[in-house]
Ligand binder design. Structure first.
Ligand SMILES: O=C(O)CCC(=O)C(=O)O
Length: 234
């Protein structure tokens, strides 16, 4: 695979050192447009999705008295590849699978997907965490696709390079503004060595499940949507 600037061996070396890579483009213009549109249709209640896939910002009401839906009240979309053909196609894209197989050094199968909406002006913080705090230590890996440009201003991810080699750290469930559930936070993270991982719309980063990462609130007028697709080694 030499589709991006670096060869597959170079990506793997970078990944082993840092615990993440900022890979570049994974969606073409048609796929990006279709994904963004489908998210909006689901958030606006125009395309139906199972209610359990839609998590609402705490303190906001999604279903309005006049029967319409307030799109920016959606905090997260979960597991849509099991219900929606647009999500299904993207989550099973061969390029994404190829990169994950290279990084995990194993055949992989789809496990989960989630959209973190980070709506304009009230998109919430995601605290420092390792994905293994949620899943345990299984061999899984996430591809995070930007649907809008993710920047240091609107809440792109921040990562601690090399933190995947520190093993599982302690974490505590905490309540964060806007989140409809508690989020797991790892304390004692020194941000001195953090790096911002800005990702252009249609591009993706990949991160190891032990890599410490976080993202800040979005206080800008531009939303920042991201689709995280997780695969497991089989
Ligand atoms: O989208 C975000 O800001 C955070 C996503 C995240 O933590 C993840 O994909 O593991």
């Amino acid at each position: 695979m030499t589709t991006q600037a670096a060869t597959v061996t170079e990506w793997k070396q970078r990944f082993d050192i840092d615990g993440f890579i900022n890979f570049g483009r994974v969606l073409d213009a048609r796929e990006l447009e279709a994904l963004g549109r489908r998210m909006d249709e689901i958030c606006a209640g125009k395309v139906k999705a199972p209610r359990e896939c839609i998590r609402i910002h705490q303190g906001m009401t999604w279903e309005q008295p006049d029967g319409t839906f307030r799109g920016d009240a959606v905090w997260q979309l979960l597991g849509l590849a099991k219900h929606d053909e647009v999500f299904l196609e993207i989550c099973h894209k061969p390029l994404i699978r190829d990169v994950l197989e290279t990084l995990l050094e194993s055949p992989v199968s789809y496990w989960a997907d989630q959209v973190v909406m980070k709506n304009a002006r009230h998109g919430g913080e995601v605290p420092w965490h390792q994905d293994t705090s949620y899943w345990g230590q299984e061999r899984r890996m996430t591809c995070w696709i930007a649907v809008d440009d993710a920047t240091p201003f609107n809440g792109c991810m921040r990562m601690l390079p090399g933190s995947h080699r520190r093993g599982q750290m302690k974490f505590t469930p905490k309540q964060f503004e806007g989140a409809p559930c508690s989020l797991l936070e790892t304390d004692e993270v020194s941000e001195d060595t953090q790096v911002y991982v800005p990702v252009r719309a249609g591009c993706a980063s990949f991160h190891h499940p032990l890599t410490l990462h976080a993202s800040s609130k979005n206080t800008t007028p531009d939303r920042r949507r991201g689709l995280a697709v997780t695969y497991m080694a089989v």
